[in-house]
Design a protein around this ligand. Structure first.
Ligand SMILES: CC(C)(COP(=O)(O)OP(=O)(O)OC[C@H]1O[C@@H](n2cnc3c(N)ncnc32)[C@H](O)[C@@H]1OP(=O)(O)O)[C@@H](O)C(=O)NCCC(=O)NCCS
Length: 178
């Protein structure tokens, strides 16, 4: 397995991966929705506000993660990890964890200080995330599952409250994803 940056030339393959994986796990409608989200993220996000990483095997993409910028009133370098997809037939083999850990290492190297995500605490706690409340860091949209609001620092510091509101990139700024 190879871990690397995503390339724009992989866009169609990546979008198809997300559509397929989320259709398998959550149904066709959710698959289409997440496929569209990923396409919008790639097309509508400034290059400095998006990082994507892929796991591939024999030149085929088997996993992908995206991290996009979160904006605060203070100039803190923060990103949100979402979405994440591992090919259905490759799940449960450690690919997700390896890819997320690879992405975290790349973000650290870029000097990013804070990484958030919104997902299953049982899974994401295995790659360093812990649950936080919106009293600590506000989410960009109302959370339908507040227990899934998760954070980790990338510089070894404690998580400290960030005052004020947050904003996400345009593609993610839709209540349907939150
Ligand atoms: C969730 C997902 C990203 C995990 O990737 P993966 O490569 O299958 O997981 P890994 O093999 O790295 O990790 C396996 C560990 O995570 C646990 N795990 C896997 N999927 C999980 C899930 N959905 N919820 C909770 N835990 C999960 C396994 O039990 C295993 O734990 P263990 O090592 O203690 O036995 C992948 O299964 C996937 O793409 N699922 C469908 C889409 C999705 O739900 N994406 C995440 C939301 S954005």
């Amino acid at each position: 397995m190879q871990l690397s940056d995503y390339k724009l030339s992989n866009t169609t393959e990546i979008q198809q991966l997300f559509t397929r994986v989320f259709s398998d796990s959550e149904g066709l409608e959710e698959g289409e929705r997440i496929g569209t989200l990923v396409q919008d993220m790639i097309n509508d996000t400034a290059p400095e506000d998006i990082f994507g990483y892929i796991a591939s095997e024999q030149e085929r993409v088997i996993g992908c993660i995206f991290c996009t910028r979160l904006f605060f009133d203070s100039p803190i370098e923060a990103f949100i990890l979402a979405p994440v997809a591992i090919s259905t037939n490759q799940q449960g083999k450690g690919v997700g964890q390896a890819l997320i850990n690879y992405g975290i290492g790349e973000l650290k190297d870029k000097g990013i200080k804070l990484l958030l995500t919104y997902g299953d605490p049982n899974y994401y706690s295995q790659v360093g995330f812990q649950q936080i409340t919106e009293a600590v860091i506000k989410a960009p949209q109302p959370l339908s599952q507040p227990e899934g609001w998760l954070c980790q620092t990338l510089d070894g510091s404690e998580i400290t409250p960030i005052p004020g509101n947050s904003a996400c990139v345009k593609a993610l700024d839709n209540p349907v994803y939150w």
